[in-house]
Design a protein around this ligand. Structure first.
Ligand SMILES: C[S@@+](CC[C@H](N)C(=O)[O-])C[C@H]1O[C@@H](n2cnc3c(N)ncnc32)[C@H](O)[C@@H]1O
Length: 388
């Protein structure tokens, strides 16, 4: 390991590990390894800051500081108290602890959080007579505890507010996608940024805004400046400014875009929200919006890269949901030959009613709902004949 390099754990959503790995390669991280809902790597502060600023699929970026073993609560307390916390925290700063526990010894994450807090506070009290305060919402320093069996990994959370909060969303539509999931779907779909991009059930516009940011190479966190690492003792303000400056220089001009982006929805309020989010993220010129039923949508006759996230139909009868997916299938076959479509479907039985055979299938989670992310290719002309 290079002297300034350290281990970094980047958390993401299930199914997005491969695209996060590609992002980390591009950013220049070393020793990259996919884990479950995370990717580990090595890098220095520059890499840590760049992941926070530039990764579209990272949820939070952790810097492990200690790995210890504990077989009971007392041992955990003692080991945590032995960590030189004054290197990371002082009494003028607030802190918060988040614990994730997979262990038969430690069964309650809330209790682990309490024990860790006691150990840190007691260390400060004994050494200085004073203690840093807890602030669960706006803590300066965030500590992450991950316990598996008897192994406890203590990390500093460099992100603070999770990275799916990009700062362009101020209104929630009906069942909006998480920004990290939307960006991950676009990256998984291998959109070439030359083919026109379409979401004809755009809701609050997450997919089209993320597509626009990808096409314009806008850093996902361009609107945000609160990152937990800025409260760390080793924070390097010059390095941070340089990273932001360099990334901003790479932003493409609107006139250099090689594709168009179309967003539509049957609901007027969804379109109003989408327009607001587009305006917050970049310029309204980038995306054409339209309030319309997807069956009435008329677009230029060029091949399209379609990504949609239809309603899950919890409130609909199964037959209605089946019929809805059948209509999506018919529409794709009739109007979009030569295009490809990716559908995030939460209703696995109804998705089959699309009546097209998916050429790729991935499992993703929209919150707690298991979804299939399916690719359909609507061949035209000779290719169609060949595949039929
Ligand atoms: C699950 S939401 C999409 C959420 C969106 N991806 C986001 O991030 O906000 C499904 C959307 O499909 C729209 N919708 C339902 N039926 C439609 C139809 N026939 N034509 C167009 N849009 C429709 C709804 O209005 C809703 O906004």
């Amino acid at each position: 390991m290079n002297n300034n390099n350290f281990e970094i754990i980047v958390k993401t959503l299930a199914g997005l590990e491969p695209v996060l790995e590609q992002e980390l390669v591009r950013i220049g991280a070393k020793k990259i390894k996919q884990l479950t809902r995370a990717v580990s790597c090595e890098g220095d502060n520059k890499i840590l800051y760049r992941i926070n600023y530039e990764s579209r699929t990272a949820i939070r970026v952790l810097k492990p500081i200690v790995e210890l073993r504990a077989n009971n609560q007392e041992q955990l307390y003692d080991e945590i108290k032995n960590i030189p916390w004054e290197n990371f925290l002082d009494c003028s700063k607030t802190f918060a602890i988040n614990s994730v526990v997979y262990s038969e010894i430690f069964t309650h994450s809330g209790y682990v959080t309490l024990k860790v807090k006691d150990a840190i506070v007691d260390r400060f009290r004994e050494k200085t007579g004073n203690r840093p305060s807890i602030d669960t919402k706006f803590a300066d320093v965030r500590i992450n505890i991950f316990i598996q069996k008897d192994v406890c990994k203590v990390s500093l959370d460099s992100s603070g507010t999770p990275l799916y909060k990009r700062g362009y969303k101020n209104k929630l539509g009906l069942a909006p996608l998480n920004e990290v999931l939307a960006a991950g779907m676009i990256l998984l779909s291998e959109w070439d940024q030359k083919t026109d991009f379409v979401d004809f059930m755009c809701g609050s516009g997450t997919l089209v805004v993320e597509a626009g940011m990808i096409a314009l190479n806008i850093p996902p966190q361009i609107k945000r400046d609160d990152f937990a690492f800025k409260n760390w003792n080793d924070y390097d303000a010059n390095l941070w400014e340089n990273i932001k400056e360099k990334a901003r220089q790479q932003i493409r001009h609107e006139d250099d875009l090689e594709c168009r982006i179309f967003a539509s929805d049957i609901s007027l309020s969804a379109i109003t929200i989408t327009r607001g989010h587009i305006k917050n993220a970049f310029s309204e010129r980038i995306i054409t919006t339209q309030k319309t039923d997807f069956r009435k949508l008329k677009l230029p006759e060029t091949p399209k890269h379609i990504i949609i996230n239809p309603p899950y139909g919890e409130r609909l009868q199964k037959t209605d949901t089946d019929l809805f997916y059948e209509k999506i299938g018919n529409e794709l076959k009739q109007k979009y030959s030569g295009s490809e479509a990716w559908i995030l479907g939460g209703n696995l039985q109804s998705v089959k009613k699309i009546g097209l055979r998916p050429s790729k299938k991935k499992t993703l989670y929209n919150g707690a709902i298991e979804c299939k992310f399916l690719k359909y290719e609507m061949y035209s002309g000779s290719k169609k004949k060949k595949y039929q």
